[in-house]
Design a protein around this ligand. Structure first.
Ligand code: C5P
Length: 221
């Protein structure tokens, strides 16, 4: 499942995984944890410095795959809450644009997917390049989208719930900035795979999106 932020991707991906009783992988959390490692090393995460690549490459990132309790560990520490903060969110697109960092993280993602498929028969994976790069042979590819304004409103509501209030204009600008960076980077830019089912969630509730996903999963057996 791919798409920009604020499309409801995480919510529906987790719920779908629970319903299908398969593991779930939040690939964005891995890039966020790598960004936190770069910040903790005291480096300028926005730079193209080789040290940035090294710090991210050496980060010990472990991803939980339980959809009921997703968690991400950095060197054994649970950083689930810290990686959602504004500092990491503002820099993650710069860190994830490094081809060397992507290659490494994509390799780990493919290992997790392969073992989940072998053990559980499948996995729900969400990110930006899952259908195009990480799992091009996925049985079902879904690309969720929505207008910038609606996505920013959803993101703002989520942030407020987490106690991180920001005004609407700032959230909209941040969403647009991240979209721009993610869609224009030279390596694995955010785009729908040619064979993805594109769902515009502007006027769809989470339940309506899930209904459609259930139908698609049923169709593919
Ligand atoms: O999904 P989330 O908003 O947590 O992703 C954070 C960032 O990680 C994205 O904006 C993008 O820069 C990067 N990302 C990526 N490829 C993925 C998942 C996330 O480049 N598969």
């Amino acid at each position: 499942m791919d798409g920009p932020s604020g499309t409801g991707k995480s919510t529906v991906a987790r719920r779908l995984a629970r319903e299908c009783a398969v593991p779930y992988l939040d690939t964005g959390a891995m890039y966020r944890a790598a960004t936190l490692a770069v910040l903790r090393a005291g480096l300028d995460a926005g730079s193209s410095d080789h040290d940035v690549v090294l710090a991210a490459a050496q980060a010990r990132i472990e991803s939980g795959t339980d959809p009921a309790a997703p968690r991400i560990l950095l060197s054994g520490e649970d950083v689930e809450s810290e990686i959602r903060g504004p500092e990491v969110t503002g820099l993650v697109s710069a860190v994830s644009a490094h081809p060397e960092i992507r290659e490494l993280i994509v390799g780990r993602q493919r290992e997790l997917i392969a073992s989940a498929v072998a053990a559980d028969g499948g996995m729900v994976v969400e990110g930006r390049d899952i259908g195009t790069v990480v799992a091009p042979d996925a049985a079902l590819k879904v690309y969720l989208t929505a207008s910038d304004e609606i996505r920013a409103a959803r993101r703002g509501a989520q942030d407020r719930k987490a106690g991180r209030g920001a005004d609407a204009a700032t959230v909209l600008a941040a969403v647009r900035r991240r979209d721009h960076l993610d869609t224009t980077r030279p390596v694995s830019p955010l785009t729908a795979a040619a064979d993805a089912v594109v769902l515009d969630t502007d006027h769809l509730s989470v339940d309506a999106v899930l209904d459609e996903l259930r139908r698609l999963v049923g169709e593919r057996g």
